[in-house]
Write a protein that binds this ligand. Structure first.
Ligand code: GNR
Ligand code: NI
Length: 172
């Protein structure tokens, strides 16, 4: 397993629309393993393949890392089948937009289908953090970042903060 570098905004690769996976084979499983290791190393709860520059519809997630027991999840070609009219607001962060946290409003509950690590079609009913995180990750697959849901002013402040942090890292 390999920890891969995580792309950060405004990297144009983060705007790419990812392609469906044709077959969940050994190469995809290896990609999932690299993504999980990269996600754990970066202390994230989710990661989309586009964030490591791979434009494929693959997402990994682990919302239950606290108690020392990892519960890795893999979602290939995830698709929303239904979303509630009711919305919920979560404070979101993103490994591709480091150190910026903002409230984002999204449907509170969703039903989605996806292929698991064995290529089997699954459906999931999600609410709470799982629903929020799944929508955040599915956005990545369509080239959308959580800051794209903010007002133009908040987004430009976030991007400016990010650019400044990058400059400071370069000159440190
Ligand atoms: O680590 C992450 N935390 C998080 C918190 C609230 C809502 C979404 C997320 S996902 C983020 C990791 C990431 O950037 N995934 O794409
Ligand atoms: Ni993200």
């Amino acid at each position: 397993m390999t920890i891969r570098p995580i792309l950060t905004a405004p990297d144009p690769l983060l705007k790419a629309v990812a392609a469906d996976v044709e077959k969940v084979d050994g190469e995809i499983r290896r990609l999932c393993d690299d993504m999980l290791e990269t996600m754990y190393d970066a202390d994230g709860i989710g990661l989309a393949a586009v964030q490591i520059g791979v434009a494929k519809r693959v997402v990994v997630m682990d919302l239950d890392q606290k108690d020392g027991k990892n519960k890795p999840r893999v979602f290939v070609n995830p698709k929303i089948l239904w979303a509630s009219d009711e919305t919920a607001s979560f404070e979101e962060g993103c490994l591709s937009v480091p150190d910026i946290w903002e409230e984002v409003e999204r449907p509170a509950r969703i039903r989605a289908e996806y292929l698991d690590r064995d290529g089997k079609l699954q459906t999931v009913e999600a609410d709470g953090l799982l629903a929020d995180c799944l929508q955040h990750e599915m956005d990545h697959l369509n080239g959308i970042l959580f800051i794209d849901h903010l007002s133009r002013l908040k987004r430009s402040i976030a991007l400016r903060k990010l650019a400044k942090a990058k400059r400071q890292k370069e000159t440190a």
